[in-house]
Design a protein around this ligand. Structure first.
Ligand code: 5GP
Length: 195
């Protein structure tokens, strides 16, 4: 049976473990590919351009938006991030489901543009768990941690707009649930070409 590939958006507050879930999904499912976003954020140590992000200048990002090459873009934590239309189109036309790690603005835009997309929101097991993860991860001072936590809790309000929620308490369970969602979505009759 032939089926149409689709975009899979993974969103959730910072510190919830989106990146780990995306990485495992990609490593364990050969029918998926990752959408590498363009960003104006400075590269961090350990990151590679073209692998983590396409790190671009403000001028290049302006050009991408003006030429209509981005399916969506948003300002997140003071920097611009965007998804190239060509990345989605090429993945889908080669039959790969394209995993995208996007903020909630990006998630909503993709849903509007690609009606067949699947949106998964990753939730922490509790607000306290999110706070302790942010504290463990951050080297920032108390004020920065407080601001991040406040923003993260704000983002949780978007969860009901998503198609699915996955709670990330134990990573293996969260990954299994994300894979189950993808497996079921692939079996939707609307995605299958009956001959
Ligand atoms: P970071 O800079 O920490 O890797 O990512 C910051 C945030 O930007 C994350 O919440 C991530 O989901 C979001 N993000 C990454 N790429 C894109 C994109 O192309 N579009 C949108 N809207 N958000 C993105």
């Amino acid at each position: 049976m032939k089926r149409t590939a689709f975009p899979i958006v993974i969103s959730g507050p910072s510190g919830v473990g989106k990146t780990s879930i995306c990485r495992r999904l990609l490593a364990e499912d050969s029918a998926t590919t990752y959408s590498i976003s363009a960003t104006t954020r400075p590269i961090r140590p350990g990151e590679t351009t073209g692998q983590d992000y396409e790190f671009v200048s403000e001028a290049t990002f302006d050009a991408l938006t003006m030429m209509g090459q981005l399916a969506e873009w948003a300002v997140v934590h003071g920097h611009r991030y965007g998804t190239r239309k060509s990345v989605i189109d090429e993945a889908v036309s080669s039959g790969l489901d394209v995993v995208m790690d996007l903020d909630v603005q990006g998630g909503m835009s993709i849903k509007r543009l690609y009606a067949d997309s699947v949106l998964i929101f990753v939730l922490p097991p509790s607000p306290e768990a999110l706070e302790s993860r942010l504290r463990k991860r951050a080297t920032d001072d108390e004020q920065v941690i407080k601001t991040r936590l406040k923003n993260s809790l704000e983002e949780l309000k978007w969860a009901p707009k998503y198609d699915y929620v996955v709670v990330n308490d134990v990573l293996d369970d969260a990954v299994r649930n994300a894979k189950t969602i993808v497996a079921a979505e692939r079996l939707r009759t609307s995605r299958i070409a009956f001959e």
